[in-house]
Design a protein around this ligand. Structure first.
Ligand SMILES: Cc1cc2nc3c(=O)[nH]c(=O)nc-3n(C[C@H](O)[C@H](O)[C@H](O)COP(=O)(O)OP(=O)(O)OC[C@H]3O[C@@H](n4cnc5c(N)ncnc54)[C@H](O)[C@@H]3O)c2cc1C
Length: 479
Protein backbone atom coordinates (compact mmCIF):
# COMPACT_ATOMS: atom_id res chain seq x y z
CA UNK A 1 0.00 0.00 0.00
CA UNK A 2 1.33 3.41 -0.91
CA UNK A 3 0.55 6.31 1.41
CA UNK A 4 3.14 8.88 0.46
CA UNK A 5 1.58 12.28 -0.03
CA UNK A 6 0.97 13.27 -3.66
CA UNK A 7 0.58 9.59 -4.54
CA UNK A 8 -2.89 8.33 -5.33
CA UNK A 9 -5.11 8.33 -2.27
CA UNK A 10 -5.58 4.86 -0.90
CA UNK A 11 -9.22 3.77 -0.93
CA UNK A 12 -10.31 0.59 0.80
CA UNK A 13 -12.42 -1.68 -1.38
CA UNK A 14 -14.70 -2.89 1.41
CA UNK A 15 -16.00 -0.21 3.71
CA UNK A 16 -16.92 -0.95 7.34
CA UNK A 17 -19.66 1.66 6.96
CA UNK A 18 -23.23 0.38 6.89
CA UNK A 19 -26.52 2.05 7.71
CA UNK A 20 -26.65 0.65 11.25
CA UNK A 21 -23.19 1.93 12.13
CA UNK A 22 -23.91 5.33 10.57
CA UNK A 23 -27.16 5.53 12.59
CA UNK A 24 -25.27 4.66 15.74
CA UNK A 25 -22.56 7.30 15.08
CA UNK A 26 -25.30 9.90 14.49
CA UNK A 27 -27.07 8.89 17.69
CA UNK A 28 -23.79 9.34 19.64
CA UNK A 29 -22.52 12.58 18.07
CA UNK A 30 -25.55 14.15 16.35
CA UNK A 31 -26.04 14.44 12.57
CA UNK A 32 -23.95 17.61 12.16
CA UNK A 33 -20.95 16.00 13.83
CA UNK A 34 -20.62 12.98 11.53
CA UNK A 35 -19.10 13.47 8.07
CA UNK A 36 -18.73 10.98 5.22
CA UNK A 37 -18.70 13.10 2.02
CA UNK A 38 -15.60 12.67 -0.13
CA UNK A 39 -14.53 16.34 0.11
CA UNK A 40 -14.68 16.10 3.91
CA UNK A 41 -12.70 12.84 3.90
CA UNK A 42 -10.01 14.56 1.81
CA UNK A 43 -9.85 17.43 4.33
CA UNK A 44 -9.08 14.93 7.13
CA UNK A 45 -6.75 12.67 5.12
CA UNK A 46 -3.53 14.56 5.83
CA UNK A 47 -1.62 16.51 8.47
CA UNK A 48 1.60 18.55 8.31
CA UNK A 49 3.67 15.49 7.35
CA UNK A 50 3.95 13.83 3.91
CA UNK A 51 1.19 11.25 4.22
CA UNK A 52 -2.35 11.16 2.98
CA UNK A 53 -4.98 8.44 3.53
CA UNK A 54 -8.75 8.82 3.34
CA UNK A 55 -10.80 7.94 6.41
CA UNK A 56 -14.30 6.47 5.99
CA UNK A 57 -15.96 8.77 8.51
CA UNK A 58 -15.03 11.80 10.58
CA UNK A 59 -16.69 12.53 13.93
CA UNK A 60 -16.44 15.60 16.19
CA UNK A 61 -16.60 14.88 19.93
CA UNK A 62 -17.93 17.29 22.53
CA UNK A 63 -17.89 15.06 25.62
CA UNK A 64 -15.80 12.30 27.17
CA UNK A 65 -18.90 10.08 27.31
CA UNK A 66 -19.41 10.34 23.53
CA UNK A 67 -15.83 9.14 23.02
CA UNK A 68 -16.39 6.26 25.42
CA UNK A 69 -19.50 5.22 23.43
CA UNK A 70 -17.50 5.48 20.19
CA UNK A 71 -14.82 3.13 21.52
CA UNK A 72 -17.47 0.60 22.66
CA UNK A 73 -18.89 0.70 19.11
CA UNK A 74 -15.41 0.48 17.55
CA UNK A 75 -14.54 -2.59 19.65
CA UNK A 76 -17.83 -4.32 18.88
CA UNK A 77 -17.55 -3.68 15.12
CA UNK A 78 -13.75 -3.87 14.94
CA UNK A 79 -13.27 -0.37 13.47
CA UNK A 80 -10.00 1.58 13.64
CA UNK A 81 -10.19 5.00 15.34
CA UNK A 82 -7.58 7.73 14.87
CA UNK A 83 -7.62 10.68 17.31
CA UNK A 84 -6.88 14.08 15.79
CA UNK A 85 -6.33 17.53 17.29
CA UNK A 86 -5.55 20.19 14.69
CA UNK A 87 -3.55 17.92 12.37
CA UNK A 88 -0.39 20.01 12.75
CA UNK A 89 1.70 16.93 13.58
CA UNK A 90 4.89 16.48 11.57
CA UNK A 91 5.24 12.69 11.85
CA UNK A 92 1.90 11.51 10.44
CA UNK A 93 0.32 10.65 13.82
CA UNK A 94 -3.22 11.68 12.88
CA UNK A 95 -3.24 9.96 9.46
CA UNK A 96 -5.92 7.20 9.45
CA UNK A 97 -3.57 4.44 8.30
CA UNK A 98 -6.26 1.72 8.53
CA UNK A 99 -8.94 4.18 7.41
CA UNK A 100 -11.94 3.76 9.76
CA UNK A 101 -13.00 6.78 11.83
CA UNK A 102 -11.09 10.00 12.48
CA UNK A 103 -12.08 11.36 15.90
CA UNK A 104 -11.60 15.15 15.90
CA UNK A 105 -11.06 16.76 19.31
CA UNK A 106 -11.03 20.45 18.39
CA UNK A 107 -14.59 21.15 19.59
CA UNK A 108 -13.70 20.17 23.17
CA UNK A 109 -12.36 23.61 24.14
CA UNK A 110 -13.75 24.35 27.61
CA UNK A 111 -11.66 25.68 30.47
CA UNK A 112 -12.97 23.52 33.28
CA UNK A 113 -11.16 25.02 36.26
CA UNK A 114 -8.57 27.74 36.84
CA UNK A 115 -6.92 27.48 40.25
CA UNK A 116 -4.39 30.36 40.58
CA UNK A 117 -3.71 29.62 44.27
CA UNK A 118 -2.30 26.23 43.34
CA UNK A 119 -1.02 27.42 39.94
CA UNK A 120 -3.12 24.88 38.04
CA UNK A 121 -5.53 24.92 35.13
CA UNK A 122 -7.80 22.11 33.91
CA UNK A 123 -8.87 22.25 30.27
CA UNK A 124 -10.46 20.09 27.60
CA UNK A 125 -8.03 18.51 25.16
CA UNK A 126 -9.15 20.42 22.06
CA UNK A 127 -8.22 23.86 23.40
CA UNK A 128 -5.57 25.66 21.34
CA UNK A 129 -2.37 25.87 23.40
CA UNK A 130 -2.04 29.68 23.21
CA UNK A 131 -5.54 30.05 24.73
CA UNK A 132 -4.12 28.77 28.01
CA UNK A 133 -1.77 31.74 28.37
CA UNK A 134 -4.61 34.12 27.52
CA UNK A 135 -6.71 32.59 30.28
CA UNK A 136 -4.07 32.75 33.02
CA UNK A 137 -1.98 35.85 32.28
CA UNK A 138 -4.23 38.19 34.31
CA UNK A 139 -3.18 36.18 37.40
CA UNK A 140 0.48 36.79 36.40
CA UNK A 141 0.89 33.12 35.43
CA UNK A 142 1.97 31.42 32.20
CA UNK A 143 2.16 27.97 30.64
CA UNK A 144 5.81 27.55 29.55
CA UNK A 145 5.81 24.95 26.69
CA UNK A 146 5.52 27.01 23.49
CA UNK A 147 5.77 24.92 20.31
CA UNK A 148 6.08 26.92 17.08
CA UNK A 149 2.50 25.76 16.47
CA UNK A 150 1.27 27.23 19.79
CA UNK A 151 -1.31 29.39 17.99
CA UNK A 152 -3.11 26.48 16.31
CA UNK A 153 -2.14 23.06 17.79
CA UNK A 154 -4.31 21.60 20.56
CA UNK A 155 -3.13 20.96 24.09
CA UNK A 156 -4.29 17.31 23.68
CA UNK A 157 -2.05 17.00 20.61
CA UNK A 158 0.80 18.59 22.60
CA UNK A 159 0.35 16.03 25.39
CA UNK A 160 0.06 13.13 22.91
CA UNK A 161 3.32 14.26 21.22
CA UNK A 162 5.05 15.56 24.37
CA UNK A 163 5.61 18.77 22.43
CA UNK A 164 8.58 21.02 23.11
CA UNK A 165 9.20 24.59 22.09
CA UNK A 166 11.44 27.64 22.11
CA UNK A 167 11.54 27.80 25.92
CA UNK A 168 12.40 24.10 26.35
CA UNK A 169 15.99 24.71 27.42
CA UNK A 170 15.05 26.51 30.64
CA UNK A 171 11.46 25.43 31.20
CA UNK A 172 11.32 21.87 29.88
CA UNK A 173 8.61 20.32 27.70
CA UNK A 174 4.94 19.31 27.97
CA UNK A 175 5.63 16.27 30.22
CA UNK A 176 7.03 18.58 32.90
CA UNK A 177 3.64 20.31 33.32
CA UNK A 178 1.06 17.50 33.09
CA UNK A 179 -0.46 16.89 36.53
CA UNK A 180 -3.69 15.01 35.76
CA UNK A 181 -5.37 13.43 32.74
CA UNK A 182 -8.85 12.16 31.98
CA UNK A 183 -8.50 9.41 29.39
CA UNK A 184 -10.86 7.13 27.45
CA UNK A 185 -9.12 3.76 27.13
CA UNK A 186 -9.32 1.82 23.84
CA UNK A 187 -12.09 -0.43 25.21
CA UNK A 188 -14.18 2.55 26.32
CA UNK A 189 -13.39 2.81 30.04
CA UNK A 190 -12.88 6.32 31.42
CA UNK A 191 -9.94 6.77 33.83
CA UNK A 192 -8.63 9.69 35.92
CA UNK A 193 -4.85 9.71 36.27
CA UNK A 194 -2.46 11.75 38.43
CA UNK A 195 -3.15 14.30 41.15
CA UNK A 196 -3.18 18.03 41.74
CA UNK A 197 -0.73 17.61 44.62
CA UNK A 198 2.88 18.63 44.19
CA UNK A 199 3.82 15.21 45.56
CA UNK A 200 1.84 12.11 44.58
CA UNK A 201 3.15 8.54 44.64
CA UNK A 202 -0.04 6.51 45.01
CA UNK A 203 0.40 3.91 42.27
CA UNK A 204 2.43 3.98 39.07
CA UNK A 205 3.16 7.27 37.31
CA UNK A 206 0.62 6.23 34.67
CA UNK A 207 -0.17 9.75 33.51
CA UNK A 208 3.45 9.90 32.33
CA UNK A 209 2.81 6.86 30.12
CA UNK A 210 0.13 8.76 28.20
CA UNK A 211 2.35 11.79 27.57
CA UNK A 212 3.96 11.11 24.20
CA UNK A 213 1.72 8.08 23.52
CA UNK A 214 0.75 9.54 20.10
CA UNK A 215 -2.89 8.47 20.38
CA UNK A 216 -2.03 4.75 20.67
CA UNK A 217 -2.99 4.07 24.29
CA UNK A 218 -6.05 6.21 24.96
CA UNK A 219 -7.90 9.38 24.04
CA UNK A 220 -7.01 12.27 26.33
CA UNK A 221 -10.09 14.39 27.02
CA UNK A 222 -9.12 16.59 30.00
CA UNK A 223 -5.74 17.82 31.19
CA UNK A 224 -4.64 19.55 34.40
CA UNK A 225 -1.49 21.57 33.83
CA UNK A 226 0.97 23.25 36.18
CA UNK A 227 1.60 26.98 35.61
CA UNK A 228 4.49 29.28 36.55
CA UNK A 229 4.67 32.96 37.54
CA UNK A 230 5.50 35.23 34.57
CA UNK A 231 9.17 36.25 34.85
CA UNK A 232 9.61 39.88 35.92
CA UNK A 233 12.00 40.79 33.11
CA UNK A 234 13.37 39.55 29.75
CA UNK A 235 16.57 40.49 27.92
CA UNK A 236 16.70 39.61 24.22
CA UNK A 237 19.58 39.67 21.75
CA UNK A 238 20.59 38.66 18.25
CA UNK A 239 24.15 37.47 17.52
CA UNK A 240 25.39 37.23 13.94
CA UNK A 241 28.35 34.99 13.10
CA UNK A 242 30.60 34.52 10.08
CA UNK A 243 31.06 30.82 10.77
CA UNK A 244 28.67 28.00 11.65
CA UNK A 245 31.27 26.54 13.97
CA UNK A 246 31.58 29.77 15.98
CA UNK A 247 27.82 29.88 16.52
CA UNK A 248 27.60 26.21 17.50
CA UNK A 249 30.53 26.59 19.90
CA UNK A 250 28.94 29.68 21.45
CA UNK A 251 25.86 27.62 22.36
CA UNK A 252 27.98 25.06 24.21
CA UNK A 253 30.05 27.83 25.89
CA UNK A 254 26.99 29.76 27.14
CA UNK A 255 25.73 26.65 28.92
CA UNK A 256 29.20 25.77 30.18
CA UNK A 257 29.49 29.09 32.07
CA UNK A 258 26.28 28.31 33.95
CA UNK A 259 23.76 30.46 32.09
CA UNK A 260 20.42 28.86 31.13
CA UNK A 261 18.79 31.18 28.60
CA UNK A 262 15.03 30.87 28.25
CA UNK A 263 15.56 30.90 24.46
CA UNK A 264 18.65 29.96 22.45
CA UNK A 265 17.68 29.54 18.80
CA UNK A 266 19.90 28.93 15.78
CA UNK A 267 19.50 29.70 12.06
CA UNK A 268 21.99 28.97 9.26
CA UNK A 269 22.74 30.92 6.07
CA UNK A 270 20.20 29.06 3.90
CA UNK A 271 17.49 29.82 6.46
CA UNK A 272 18.59 33.47 6.79
CA UNK A 273 18.37 33.99 3.01
CA UNK A 274 15.02 32.22 2.78
CA UNK A 275 13.70 34.55 5.51
CA UNK A 276 15.04 37.67 3.78
CA UNK A 277 13.44 36.57 0.48
CA UNK A 278 10.16 35.96 2.31
CA UNK A 279 10.18 39.13 4.42
CA UNK A 280 12.84 41.71 5.24
CA UNK A 281 13.68 40.99 8.88
CA UNK A 282 16.98 42.86 8.75
CA UNK A 283 19.18 39.75 8.74
CA UNK A 284 22.51 40.06 6.85
CA UNK A 285 22.49 37.69 3.88
CA UNK A 286 26.19 36.98 4.15
CA UNK A 287 26.00 35.79 7.79
CA UNK A 288 26.75 32.09 8.13
CA UNK A 289 24.67 31.75 11.30
CA UNK A 290 22.50 33.67 13.72
CA UNK A 291 21.68 33.00 17.37
CA UNK A 292 18.61 34.43 19.08
CA UNK A 293 19.07 34.57 22.80
CA UNK A 294 16.77 35.48 25.66
CA UNK A 295 17.37 35.47 29.40
CA UNK A 296 14.58 36.01 31.92
CA UNK A 297 13.88 36.20 35.63
CA UNK A 298 14.30 39.05 38.10
CA UNK A 299 15.60 42.19 36.36
CA UNK A 300 19.12 42.08 37.82
CA UNK A 301 19.63 38.35 37.17
CA UNK A 302 18.27 38.51 33.59
CA UNK A 303 20.67 41.40 32.88
CA UNK A 304 23.62 39.69 34.60
CA UNK A 305 22.99 36.51 32.58
CA UNK A 306 22.81 38.47 29.32
CA UNK A 307 26.15 40.12 30.20
CA UNK A 308 27.68 36.63 30.57
CA UNK A 309 26.11 35.61 27.25
CA UNK A 310 27.69 38.66 25.59
CA UNK A 311 31.14 37.64 26.92
CA UNK A 312 30.83 34.17 25.35
CA UNK A 313 29.43 35.52 22.10
CA UNK A 314 32.33 37.98 21.74
CA UNK A 315 34.87 35.29 22.66
CA UNK A 316 33.60 33.30 19.67
CA UNK A 317 34.19 36.10 17.12
CA UNK A 318 30.65 37.44 16.78
CA UNK A 319 30.23 39.87 13.87
CA UNK A 320 27.25 41.80 15.27
CA UNK A 321 25.67 41.56 18.75
CA UNK A 322 22.42 43.49 18.97
CA UNK A 323 20.34 43.76 22.15
CA UNK A 324 16.65 44.72 22.05
CA UNK A 325 15.82 47.96 23.89
CA UNK A 326 12.09 47.33 24.16
CA UNK A 327 9.32 44.86 23.30
CA UNK A 328 8.96 46.20 19.75
CA UNK A 329 12.65 45.66 19.07
CA UNK A 330 12.44 42.23 20.64
CA UNK A 331 9.52 41.28 18.41
CA UNK A 332 11.46 42.46 15.37
CA UNK A 333 14.54 40.42 16.36
CA UNK A 334 12.40 37.31 16.80
CA UNK A 335 10.29 37.84 13.69
CA UNK A 336 12.77 36.03 11.43
CA UNK A 337 12.73 32.91 13.60
CA UNK A 338 8.95 32.89 13.69
CA UNK A 339 8.65 32.89 9.88
CA UNK A 340 11.63 30.54 9.26
CA UNK A 341 9.59 27.46 8.36
CA UNK A 342 7.18 29.36 6.09
CA UNK A 343 10.15 31.03 4.42
CA UNK A 344 11.95 27.72 3.80
CA UNK A 345 8.70 26.25 2.44
CA UNK A 346 8.86 28.78 -0.40
CA UNK A 347 12.36 27.85 -1.58
CA UNK A 348 11.48 24.55 -3.33
CA UNK A 349 8.14 22.81 -3.97
CA UNK A 350 8.49 20.51 -0.93
CA UNK A 351 10.40 20.15 2.30
CA UNK A 352 11.16 17.46 4.84
CA UNK A 353 11.52 18.90 8.34
CA UNK A 354 13.40 16.70 10.81
CA UNK A 355 13.98 17.04 14.54
CA UNK A 356 17.03 14.91 15.30
CA UNK A 357 18.45 15.93 18.65
CA UNK A 358 21.77 15.57 20.44
CA UNK A 359 23.15 16.63 23.80
CA UNK A 360 24.29 20.26 23.60
CA UNK A 361 28.01 19.54 23.72
CA UNK A 362 27.67 17.54 20.47
CA UNK A 363 26.00 20.42 18.62
CA UNK A 364 29.07 21.54 16.60
CA UNK A 365 29.58 17.92 15.37
CA UNK A 366 25.88 17.60 14.57
CA UNK A 367 25.76 20.83 12.53
CA UNK A 368 28.89 19.85 10.60
CA UNK A 369 27.55 16.32 10.05
CA UNK A 370 24.25 17.61 8.64
CA UNK A 371 25.96 19.98 6.18
CA UNK A 372 28.32 17.16 5.10
CA UNK A 373 25.38 14.78 4.50
CA UNK A 374 23.49 17.40 2.49
CA UNK A 375 26.47 18.30 0.32
CA UNK A 376 27.41 14.62 -0.25
CA UNK A 377 23.87 13.93 -1.52
CA UNK A 378 23.60 17.29 -3.33
CA UNK A 379 20.47 18.32 -1.44
CA UNK A 380 19.69 21.81 -0.23
CA UNK A 381 19.29 21.95 3.56
CA UNK A 382 18.30 24.79 5.88
CA UNK A 383 19.13 24.31 9.55
CA UNK A 384 17.33 26.14 12.31
CA UNK A 385 15.96 25.20 15.69
CA UNK A 386 16.23 25.04 19.42
CA UNK A 387 20.02 24.88 19.62
CA UNK A 388 20.06 25.44 23.37
CA UNK A 389 18.52 22.03 23.99
CA UNK A 390 20.37 20.34 21.10
CA UNK A 391 17.13 20.06 19.10
CA UNK A 392 17.80 21.15 15.52
CA UNK A 393 15.43 21.19 12.57
CA UNK A 394 17.47 20.21 9.52
CA UNK A 395 15.04 20.98 6.70
CA UNK A 396 15.67 19.28 3.36
CA UNK A 397 14.40 21.45 0.50
CA UNK A 398 13.32 19.21 -2.34
CA UNK A 399 11.05 18.64 -5.31
CA UNK A 400 9.11 15.41 -4.87
CA UNK A 401 8.44 15.09 -8.57
CA UNK A 402 12.21 14.64 -9.05
CA UNK A 403 12.42 10.87 -8.39
CA UNK A 404 16.19 10.85 -8.44
CA UNK A 405 16.38 13.63 -5.85
CA UNK A 406 13.88 11.72 -3.68
CA UNK A 407 16.15 8.66 -3.63
CA UNK A 408 19.07 10.84 -2.53
CA UNK A 409 16.86 12.53 0.10
CA UNK A 410 15.74 9.20 1.58
CA UNK A 411 19.38 8.21 1.94
CA UNK A 412 20.28 11.60 3.47
CA UNK A 413 17.47 11.28 6.04
CA UNK A 414 18.68 7.77 6.98
CA UNK A 415 22.21 9.09 7.45
CA UNK A 416 20.91 12.00 9.52
CA UNK A 417 19.13 9.62 11.93
CA UNK A 418 22.23 7.43 12.17
CA UNK A 419 24.36 10.50 12.87
CA UNK A 420 22.07 11.51 15.75
CA UNK A 421 22.19 7.96 17.18
CA UNK A 422 25.99 7.72 16.76
CA UNK A 423 26.39 11.00 18.66
CA UNK A 424 24.30 9.58 21.52
CA UNK A 425 21.20 11.59 20.54
CA UNK A 426 17.68 10.78 19.41
CA UNK A 427 15.87 10.55 16.06
CA UNK A 428 13.04 12.71 17.43
CA UNK A 429 13.30 15.54 19.94
CA UNK A 430 9.70 16.68 19.68
CA UNK A 431 7.74 15.61 16.57
CA UNK A 432 7.27 11.96 17.55
CA UNK A 433 7.55 8.72 15.58
CA UNK A 434 4.13 8.31 13.91
CA UNK A 435 4.60 6.96 10.39
CA UNK A 436 7.56 9.13 9.48
CA UNK A 437 10.15 7.56 11.78
CA UNK A 438 8.53 4.18 12.38
CA UNK A 439 11.18 2.28 10.35
CA UNK A 440 13.95 3.80 12.50
CA UNK A 441 12.55 3.32 16.02
CA UNK A 442 14.12 -0.09 16.67
CA UNK A 443 17.54 1.24 15.75
CA UNK A 444 17.05 4.01 18.33
CA UNK A 445 15.61 2.10 21.30
CA UNK A 446 16.55 -1.55 20.63
CA UNK A 447 14.37 -4.64 20.11
CA UNK A 448 13.76 -5.38 23.81
CA UNK A 449 12.44 -1.87 24.48
CA UNK A 450 10.36 -1.98 21.31
CA UNK A 451 8.83 -5.25 22.53
CA UNK A 452 8.04 -3.58 25.87
CA UNK A 453 6.12 -0.87 23.96
CA UNK A 454 4.24 -3.64 22.08
CA UNK A 455 3.38 -5.34 25.39
CA UNK A 456 1.96 -2.10 26.82
CA UNK A 457 -0.05 -1.41 23.65
CA UNK A 458 -1.31 -5.03 23.57
CA UNK A 459 -2.44 -4.86 27.21
CA UNK A 460 -4.44 -1.66 26.73
CA UNK A 461 -5.65 -2.23 23.17
CA UNK A 462 -5.69 -6.00 22.50
CA UNK A 463 -7.66 -5.61 19.26
CA UNK A 464 -5.22 -2.90 18.04
CA UNK A 465 -7.98 -0.44 17.07
CA UNK A 466 -6.68 2.87 18.42
CA UNK A 467 -4.38 4.57 15.90
CA UNK A 468 -3.14 1.17 14.64
CA UNK A 469 0.11 0.89 12.72
CA UNK A 470 1.70 4.02 14.14
CA UNK A 471 5.08 4.10 15.88
CA UNK A 472 5.56 0.30 15.43
CA UNK A 473 3.79 -2.78 14.08
CA UNK A 474 2.34 -5.08 16.71
CA UNK A 475 4.05 -8.05 14.98
CA UNK A 476 7.82 -8.03 14.77
CA UNK A 477 8.19 -7.79 10.99
CA UNK A 478 12.00 -7.88 10.96
CA UNK A 479 12.70 -11.43 12.19
C1 LIG B 1 4.62 25.35 11.75
C2 LIG B 1 4.72 24.24 12.77
C3 LIG B 1 5.54 24.42 13.88
C4 LIG B 1 5.66 23.40 14.83
N1 LIG B 1 6.48 23.61 15.91
C5 LIG B 1 6.60 22.64 16.83
C6 LIG B 1 7.46 22.84 17.97
O1 LIG B 1 8.11 23.88 18.12
N2 LIG B 1 7.54 21.84 18.87
C7 LIG B 1 6.83 20.68 18.74
O2 LIG B 1 6.94 19.81 19.61
N3 LIG B 1 6.03 20.46 17.67
C8 LIG B 1 5.89 21.41 16.73
N4 LIG B 1 5.07 21.19 15.64
C9 LIG B 1 4.37 19.90 15.50
C10 LIG B 1 2.91 19.87 16.05
O3 LIG B 1 2.33 21.16 16.06
C11 LIG B 1 2.86 19.25 17.44
O4 LIG B 1 3.22 17.89 17.37
C12 LIG B 1 1.48 19.36 18.12
O5 LIG B 1 1.60 18.87 19.43
C13 LIG B 1 0.37 18.60 17.40
O6 LIG B 1 -0.88 19.04 17.89
P1 LIG B 1 -2.23 18.82 17.06
O7 LIG B 1 -3.37 19.29 17.88
O8 LIG B 1 -2.11 19.43 15.72
O9 LIG B 1 -2.24 17.23 16.97
P2 LIG B 1 -2.43 16.29 15.69
O10 LIG B 1 -1.39 16.57 14.68
O11 LIG B 1 -3.84 16.32 15.26
O12 LIG B 1 -2.13 14.88 16.36
C14 LIG B 1 -0.83 14.55 16.78
C15 LIG B 1 -0.85 13.16 17.45
O13 LIG B 1 -1.54 13.24 18.68
C16 LIG B 1 -2.67 12.35 18.69
N5 LIG B 1 -3.72 13.07 19.40
C17 LIG B 1 -4.20 14.32 19.13
N6 LIG B 1 -5.10 14.68 20.05
C18 LIG B 1 -5.19 13.63 20.93
C19 LIG B 1 -5.95 13.40 22.11
N7 LIG B 1 -6.78 14.30 22.60
N8 LIG B 1 -5.80 12.20 22.73
C20 LIG B 1 -4.93 11.27 22.27
N9 LIG B 1 -4.18 11.44 21.17
C21 LIG B 1 -4.32 12.62 20.51
C22 LIG B 1 -2.96 12.04 17.23
O14 LIG B 1 -3.54 10.75 17.08
C23 LIG B 1 -1.57 12.09 16.63
O15 LIG B 1 -0.90 10.87 16.83
C24 LIG B 1 4.94 22.18 14.66
C25 LIG B 1 4.11 22.01 13.55
C26 LIG B 1 4.00 23.02 12.62
C27 LIG B 1 3.11 22.79 11.44
Amino acid sequence: MSFRRFDRLFVQEQSFMNTNIMDELISIFGKDNVLTDMEDMIAYSYDASHFEILPEAVVFARTTEQISSLMHLACREHIAVTPRGQGSGLSGGSIPLRQGIVLVMDKMTRIIDFDPANRLITVEAGLTTSEIDKAVSSANLFYPPDPGSVGFSTIGGNVAENAGGLRGLKYGVTKDYVKMLKVVLPQGDIVHLGSKCVKHVAGFNVEGLFVGSEGLLGIITEITLALLPIPEHRESALAIFESLDDAARTVADIIAVGVTPSTLEFMDNTTINAIQNFKDCGLPRDAEAVLLIETDGERHSAKAEMAKVEEQVRKNKVKIFQQAKDTNERDRLFEGRRVALNALAGVKPNLILEDATVVRSKLPEMVKGITDIASRHKIMVGIFGHAGDGNLHPTFLIDKSDKEEMIRTDQAVRELFQLAIDLGGTISGEHGIGLEKKPFLENQIGRETLNLLRTIKGALDPANLLNPGKMFDMQDTTS
